[in-house]
Every structure is written in C-alpha cells, then in structure tokens.
Design a protein around this ligand. Sequence first.
Ligand code: ADQ
Length: 468
Amino acid sequence: MARLVVISNRVPLPSERGAKAGGLAVALADALRPGSLWFGWSGRRSTRGSGTTHIQRSDGITYATIDLTEADYRSFYVNFSNGALWPLLHFRLGLLDFKTEDYGGYRSVNRQFAAALLPLLRPDDMIWVHDYHMIPMAAELRALGVTNRIGFFLHTPFVPPSIFNALPRSGELLNSLCAYDVVGFHTHSYRAAFLDCVAENFGVHPDPDGRFNWRGHAVRAIVDPVGIDADAFSEQAITAARGSDARLLRDSLSKGGLAIGVDRLDYSKGLINRFEAIGRFFANYPQHRRQVSFLQIAARSREEQGSYQRLRRELDRIVGDTNGRYSEFDWTPLRYMTRAVKRDTLAGFFRLSRIAVVTPLRDGMNLVAKEFVAAQDPEDPGVLILSRFAGAAEEMTEALIVNPYDSDEIAEAMHIALAMELEERRERWQALHEKVRTSTARQFCSVFLNHLGVPDTQPAKPRLRAIS
Ligand code: ADQ
C-alpha cells in the first residue's frame, strides 16, 4: 500500500507535550497510520536553517522536521503567511500587509521544504499538503521532478475573486494551487469561490464536480468538511466532568450557570464583538446578572504580530470595562483566561456549560462548535450559538445561528438559549449530534485520501495533540 506523507507548516512532535490550541493536528489524528511520514517545520529558528532534517519516530510514525533561519521565519511565517494570506483568506483586506520580499521568503521556504523532503520520498508515496503556508509545495516538488499524486487541503475559507485578486501575485498562487491533483475545502461556498477564481483569472470552466484541466494537468476541487472523533471526545467529557477542575468550576457558579467560549486569540474569532455582546446581554437582560457567568478561554497565538497585540489590548480593555460595570463583590460576569487548557479539561467544561458562544467573523470550519455538541449530556444538553460565517454553519443548522457582527443579536440568542425548554434543547442537540457523529475526522481523512488514491483500509491511529 502507498505510504502517506503529510506536509504542514508545524508538526506536532511527540517530544512536545502540553496543552496547545489549534485545529489541524486534531483533524489529522485519524489520517496518520503507522508507517506514515509527517514533514514540516520544527518550530525552531537556527542559524543553519533548513540544512539538517531531524527525524523522530513514535507509534510507527516518522516525524521529519527542518529548522528555519530567523529571516525565513519572519518573511515566510510571520509576514506573508500570517500577515498577508491569513487576513486575505478571512476577508480582512484592511489587515493585509504585502511586501514583495516577504513573498520571496514564502516561496523560498516552500522550495527549501521541497528540497529537504525529496530524499525522503518514495515513488509511490501519496503526498497530502496542508494549509495556506504551503500553497506552492506541489509546484516546487514538480519542479524537482516529483510525479507522485499530491493533494492539498485548505483549513481556512477561500475568498471570491474580488477579494483574492487584491493580493499582489495572487495569479501565481492560484497557478500553484492548480499544480495539485486534488484541492480540498471545508464547504461548497469555499470551493465555489476557488472555482470562480480559476474561471475568472484563467478562463477555465470546471465541470459540476469541480474537475478542470490547467496547462495539461487535471485538477479536482472537492468539498470535504473536517470533523472530530465525537465518541472519544464525549467519553473524555463524561470523565472530565467528574474530575477536580470541573468540580471547582461548578462550585464557583451561581444557579443560572455557565456560558463558554473557547478559541485561539485571533481577530478572526470575533472576540471583540462577542465581549461587547456579553455586555449587551447583562444590560438588556438584567435578570441574568449574578446568575450567569461567561468563561472565555482564549489561547494566545501569533503574539509577534502587531494586529494580535492590538487585539489583546482591546480585549483586556473590554473585559475590564464589562467587569467594572457589572461585577458584584461575589460575582464576576466575564472570566477571561489567555492560555491553552488541556483537551480533557475543556471537554469537561463544555459538558458543564449551558451555552457555547462560537461567533467567529470568519472561520474555515470551527471545531469548537463540534466539540461542544459532542461533550453534552443527552438528557440535559446545552445550546450552541453559532456564527453564520463559520464553515460549521453550513452543516450545523440546528444551532442558534447569529450574525457575529450584531452584538444585540448574540445577546438575544444567549437569552433565548438560557430560557429554552428541555424538549427543544434535546431536539436541536440530537440533530446536531447525529451530524457531528457521522461527519468525523476519520471520514474527512478517508474521503480526501480516496480522492487522492489511497484506499482507506487501515484501522487507524495513535492519538495526536493539538498544535497552533
Ligand atoms: P483553528 O483556527 O485553530 O483551526 P478550530 O477549528 O476552532 O480553530 O480548532 C481549534 C482547536 O484548538 C480545537 O480543537 C479547540 O478545542 C482547541 N483550542 C482552542 N482554544 C483552545 C484553548 N484556549 N485551550 C486549549 N485548546 C484550545 C483551523 C481553522 C479552522 C478549522 C481547523 C481545522 O482556522 O476553521 O476548523 O483549522 O481544519
């Protein structure tokens, strides 16, 4: 059977322990069968850069990583990937900061990745590349003579041509995407946006199944929503809800209970609007004061970037303002932690929560929405409030769907959720749970790999931790 080679910017090394936030490794836990190779950046900066490939083996999986120089790290990772591509792909043109030399660094690091991977490749390997950091990988591998099947999955949204074409050199990136055999997206609308870009910029008209030819190469764009291992997460939640962290949290609450938000601390997650909504909630519905507490767990992310530093300062300000305004000597309306929490602890906290507020301004999918549903007690489930601009909203239509820019609407949804009868909560939850259980991480991997040509016959899977 063909070996699977996964390529992503960061590799969740077995030697790195501890709680970290990030969706990619959670999503890939099921793809990595014994015998697979995971290749990417070590997370280290060194003067030698990518010259040496570090190899680790664990549970039958080989992890191969390279270092980056400080200059490459800045141009490739901080400036172009997270300072230009991330805002572009989240519809935030105002935050897009393009510099030609950063784009040069991005291409150069992709070239270095390809050169370092080449000696490790076997002729029948299936190569699966992940996310926006690595768009040029297939083109770079092809330039080195690699003829293997290569697929790409984008974990962010994709944007329509009117937005995509604002990025200087966007035509080159689109061309690079067309060097893959399979290009995967979470939702139909992202795939449609990609195909619109191809049609508008290259004059190529894909068939209804997303197939087209570009410069003699056949490309297939697919929709493959990422999921979670819902049954395992549910087990974790049941156990953790009986543990000491959950007990301490429960003992600290009033009878109205807990509302929760869990995100990376990122401007795409809509935290400013959400915090404003929490203020509106206590202003518009004073009966919930002293009764309900909101717990926001926001893992710090990309702290070297100015836009993230400004976001953090603004959130600190709103939290101070909201708590100053509404707190009582024995009650804090908004509890705010800027760090990652262990995955099983989170699962237990989700199970204790009466509502989850998942309100990104844009999000490729959003796994927190699925984790919250998986963690609920079927007899007394909590209510999910979900942004219409999360990819998850395409599937999870029984959530209370809100516009994340409308603080009053979010506040009203919180009030409705808290007042919702048990019967309606159960009906909504059952429908959501059915979807979360059937659209799993395993299915996500197997659909993609079947398109790429790998039969899905292996039982699976050592479990991996989340990374940023
Ligand atoms: P992310 O932007 O990282 O992922 P998300 O899908 O929510 O967003 O995944 C985050 C993961 O990290 C979840 O498993 C969550 O539980 C965990 N996490 C978040 N905050 C945490 C915290 N404070 N402490 C501990 N764990 C935390 C990207 C895209 C998403 C897409 C995923 C997978 O941006 O849209 O859903 O990839 O494709």
